[in-house]
Design a protein around this ligand. Structure first.
Ligand code: ADP
Length: 201
């Protein structure tokens, strides 16, 4: 069960919503657990602070995770208070991140630092936002990763491989300039291919 890479490295899993990114992250993490490796998984906290939770895939599989507000909390959790990684820090063998696109920009240097300290870092996240534009820090992670897996979902319109996430507001395609968070709006997301991905003008 040895990694094909020598020492620490970054593995990135990208694709639209419903493409199985969380499923794949859970699969890789569970295999590490079966191999008796130490793992830690983090995801962004939406409202609550720093708490124990789960990463869940749309098909119902889960793995334990810690919800964090900032990347600083990740380091604090891993080092037990500290803010720096040293040669003595007892790090897990594998550190996973789900919804990586929602982390602050500190995730990139943190992931690199962990890899430089020998950790296998697995990051799952959306490569594109609902406008089909590169999502935040994801391009940076993709460029720096040793391994990138780009997954597809099934287009709900035609059944072709879906590479994009369709945002619907009140049943209508969202506009390019709609805010990323719309309070009180009836929002939904669907997997769509390039042909069927729409933005309202
Ligand atoms: P992601 O993390 O990429 O959003 P998940 O791992 O949470 O994806 O969920 C993947 C699961 O979503 C699939 O195994 C399938 O059961 C379900 N699913 C729902 N809608 C679709 C779709 N349009 N295409 C593919 N899978 C879908």
């Amino acid at each position: 069960l040895k990694s094909p890479y020598h020492g620490g490295h970054l593995e990135v899993i990208v694709g639209p919503m419903f493409s199985g990114k969380s499923e794949e992250l859970i699969r890789r993490v569970n295999r590490a657990v079966i191999a008796r490796q130490r793992v830690a998984v983090f995801k962004p906290a939406i409202d609550d602070r720093y708490h124990a939770t789960f990463v869940a895939s749309h098909n119902g599989r889960t793995v334990e995770a810690v919800a964090v507000r900032h990347t600083d909390d990740v380091l604090a959790h891993l080092t037990g208070q500290g803010t720096l990684l040293t040669a003595d820090t007892a790090l897990p063998d594998v550190v996973g991140f789900d919804e990586a696109q929602f982390f602050d920009a500190g995730l990139v240097p943190l992931a690199l630092d962990l890899a430089d300290h020998g950790v296998r870092v697995i990051l799952a996240g959306l490569d594109l936002d609902f406008r089909a534009e590169p999502f935040g820090l994801m391009p940076d992670l993709v460029a720096r990763a040793e391994s990138v897996e780009k997954l597809t979902a099934i287009c709900v319109v035609c059944g072709a491989p879906a590479t994009r996430t369709q945002r619907l507001i009140g049943g209508q395609p969202a506009r390019f300039n709609d805010p990323v968070v719309m309070v009180g709006a009836q929002e939904a997301y669907e997997a769509r291919c390039r042909v069927h991905h729409e933005l309202r003008r």
